[in-house]
Design a protein around this ligand. Structure first.
Ligand code: ADP
Ligand code: SF4
Ligand code: MG
Length: 365
């Protein structure tokens, strides 16, 4: 007998509402000091006023250097971390502060796949056990657990006989397939993929990405696909968001981001795309941007990128740029946007996704 709590049916999304709506979400981690008494001395601005939406069936890529807040953002969406402020709606329902019971269906419909498949699978459990735990939560009858597990393995391109093996008996790519199968076992709508191929060889990366692509079509899944460089997300994403020090710098339909990057940080990420190295079957990454990212406990004033930006002027140091919408859903937060015409700047409007603390000054070009 399964001892899973009963699941509550989710209401269908409101007409026209996105699958996921993230509004001005902030996540601050307190920094404490003191040996006897914990005193809060500051906060890491891990995610700072981020707004984005995801439509049903869409893939949103999220890219940025290590430490810019990608994992914190998607863990907050999955309600594994509480937002300090802001709101998250999933299928039209406000889940920002939902309690355990209200969250039950969301916990099933929103799944995560992690970067390190080795660390995310329990080494002491056979694959069969790893898959039957979520299947039981879905109340799959006991006599169907094995056949469902076999089907899941086949679905992710593994042999159904592998049910009796332990995670260490698989290669890295196969282990990530098991991670995907475990997420699928709950029949999710949205999968949050946290650098799912970063730990894999380049040749294996493409296979796992193709698998994710096929599954999306077959099962009408929506994805948020996190990566630290722009090469990985290009072909899988409908739109791409670029993050820097907890903030959104640019968000755009995928192709436009590569052909007409508006934000200097996006240009820097594009210049740093890894070059395949024929001698090593892996890729070499060129340095991203000169200098180290600033400390997220004391982020720079004005535009957070000003300490490393080749285009920075005085206004960048003092006024936070608005997230401004240019043509066709292409948004960027920069006082001196690139690859946009004078008319596009003229017509551009401040986006509702713009940070609440951004200045009133429109971009100058
Ligand atoms: N639990 C935590 N406590 C304190 N700081 C954290 C915690 N988790 C992440 N951080 C900090 O938040 C920032 C964003 O981290 P993270 O979301 O992991 O970035 P990314 O996934 O883009 O590499 C980093 O400065 C990181 O050190
Ligand atoms: S606002 Fe200024 S510092 Fe920031 S990216 Fe644009 S030009 Fe660079
Ligand atoms: Mg991360």
């Amino acid at each position: 007998m399964s001892n899973a709590a009963p699941t509550i049916e989710q209401p269908p999304p409101r007409d026209g509402s996105p699958l996921l709506d993230v509004e001005h979400v902030r996540v601050l981690f307190p920094v404490k000091s003191g040996t006897l008494i914990d005193r809060k001395v500051g906060a890491v601005h891990a995610v700072d006023d981020v707004s984005l939406q995801l439509r049903e069936g869409e893939t949103l890529g999220i890219v940025g250097e290590s430490g810019c807040g990608k994992t914190t953002l998607i863990r907050t969406i999955a309600r594994l971390i509480d937002a300090t402020s802001g709101a998250i709606h999933f299928r039209g329902q406000d889940i920002t502060k939902a309690g355990r019971r209200e969250l039950q269906p969301v916990r099933r419909e929103v799944q995560m796949v992690f970067q390190d498949p080795q660390a995310s699978l329990n080494p002491r459990k056979r694959v069969g056990q790893i898959l039957t735990t979520p299947l039981r939560l879905r109340k799959i009858p006991r006599d169907r657990l094995e056949s469902e597990s076999r089907q899941l393995l086949t679905r992710v391109g593994l042999h159904p006989e592998h049910l009796n093996r332990y995670p260490h008996e698989f290669s890295g790519g196969q282990r990530q397939r098991i991670g995907v199968a475990r997420a699928l076992a709950l029949d999710p709508r949205l999968i949050l993929l946290d650098e799912p191929v970063s730990a894999l060889d380049v040749s294996i990366q493409a296979q796992v990405i193709n698998l994710l692509d096929e599954l999306q079509d077959a099962l009408q899944l929506s994805y948020i696909f996190v990566a630290h460089d722009l090469s990985v997300v290009r072909h899988v994403s409908d739109r791409i968001a670029v993050m820097y020090l907890g903030k959104l710098m640019e968000i755009s339909p995928a192709e436009a981001l590569y052909t007409k990057p508006i934000h200097p940080y996006t240009s820097a990420l594009l210049a740093a795309i890894p070059i395949p190295d024929p001698h090593e079957n892996r890729s070499r990454t060129r340095p991203l941007v000169s200098g180290e990212p600033p400390n997220p406990i004391h982020p720079p004033s004005g535009c957070r990128f000003h300490t490393r930006c080749p285009r920075a002027t005085e206004v960048c140091r003092t006024v936070e740029p608005q997230l401004t919408e240019y043509s066709g859903g292409h948004l960027a937060a920069c006082h001196h946007p690139q690859h946009v015409s004078a008319q596009e700047i003229e017509r551009a409007t401040r986006s509702p996704a713009s940070p609440l603390t951004a200045g009133d000054q429109a971009p100058a070009g």
